[in-house]
Ligand binder design. Structure first.
Ligand code: AMP
Length: 218
């Protein structure tokens, strides 16, 4: 069983690496950002509050995120493992997640930290575009990550979109939130002995090579 947490500052390549892991091991990629964006589109009682917090780069309240995540983890496709992208975002969520795992009879697994400097992450986020259909991520400012045809997904030919929160102002806010709330998780998981460091500052192939080595003996 491969239960994986990807821990990283914004734009470190979590989404890209999650898709590569998903393809290699056939386990689902669960992005809490996507779960929340889907909840907004479903227009339920949380929609307005989620939309407002996401567009400001602030964290959505723990109870909403935990509720959506628990429902998702109960699906049978999570039985052989899954990749968590964007969760936990703070120590309270990490503790609540462990209680949730106990109640679901699941294990914590491995926590993979994607290391990247703030300036490199910022450059990536300003150019980021993605496919709403298959989840592929591109960057129109980074030659090695541009789609073959401008604005069109290489894999499924869908039109690519830019997220409303992928701009410099929101990035600065999200990075500050990361430093204050999420970075303490590095210490938290290091002490538990579950943390694995990966250098994510060069290219996606090298990052993935390191991840495969970490996961190969599971
Ligand atoms: P992401 O797609 O992971 O970059 O998340 C986009 C936004 O969704 C974040 O800036 C938060 O507003 C919200 N979000 C995603 N995951 C969480 C989480 N685990 N806890 C709270 N808010 C979250």
């Amino acid at each position: 069983m491969k239960n994986i947490i990807l821990l990283a500052p914004p734009a470190a390549g979590k989404g890209t690496q999650a898709l590569l892991i998903k393809e290699l091991y056939s386990i689902p990629h669960i992005s809490t950002g996507d779960l929340l964006r889907n909840a907004v589109n479903e227009n339920n009682k949380y929609s307005e509050v989620i939309k407002e917090l996401q567009n400001k780069g602030e964290l959505v309240t723990d109870d909403i995120v935990l509720d959506l995540l628990k429902m998702r983890l109960k699906n049978d496709d999570c039985n052989n493992g899954y990749i968590l992208d964007g969760f936990p975002r703070n120590v309270e969520q990490a503790k609540a997640y462990e209680r949730m795992l106990d109640s679901l009879g699941k294990e914590l697994g491995k926590v993979i930290l994607l290391d990247i400097e703030e300036c490199e992450a910022k450059k990536r986020i300003v150019g980021r575009i993605s496919c709403p259909n298959c989840g592929s991520v591109y960057n129109d400012m980074e030659p090695s990550m541009m789609p073959k045809e401008k604005g069109i997904c290489d894999k499924c030919s869908n039109a690519l979109v830019k997220r409303a929160d992928d701009n410099e102002k929101v990035f600065n806010k999200r990075f500050k939130t990361y430093l204050e709330k999420t970075k303490p998780l590095i210490d938290y998981y290091e002490k538990k002995g579950n943390l694995y460091h990966v250098d994510s500052s060069t290219n996606k192939e090298y990052t993935f090579k390191q991840i495969k080595e970490i996961l190969s003996n599971d």
